[in-house]
Design a protein around this ligand. Sequence first.
Ligand SMILES: [Zn+2]
Length: 100
Amino acid sequence: MAKPGLGKRHQVIAVIVRKRAAAGEPCYLCHQPIDTRPEKDGGPPTRSRWSFSAHHIEERNNGGQTVLANYAPAHYGCNSSWGDGSTQRSKRKPWRPRKW
Ligand SMILES: [Zn+2]
């Protein structure tokens, strides 16, 4: 999770965005619901495709700010930061929603 520049502010925002997802706000990218439960309670494993992540609407590389307005809930697998980063983006296959 630790990217350079992602500090305490990001952590605070991520908690808020997770609550929004838990309240029913769908993935910003694929519009499917996000299961925010901990893995031990039946949720998806941390950092798996369908787990929660806080998505930067405007990527930080493009000048996106670490402010709440620039974040939305997304699946970890839908988030652009998934995998080893931007080099893989164009090669990734689209996900298909599935039941747990
Ligand atoms: Zn998604």
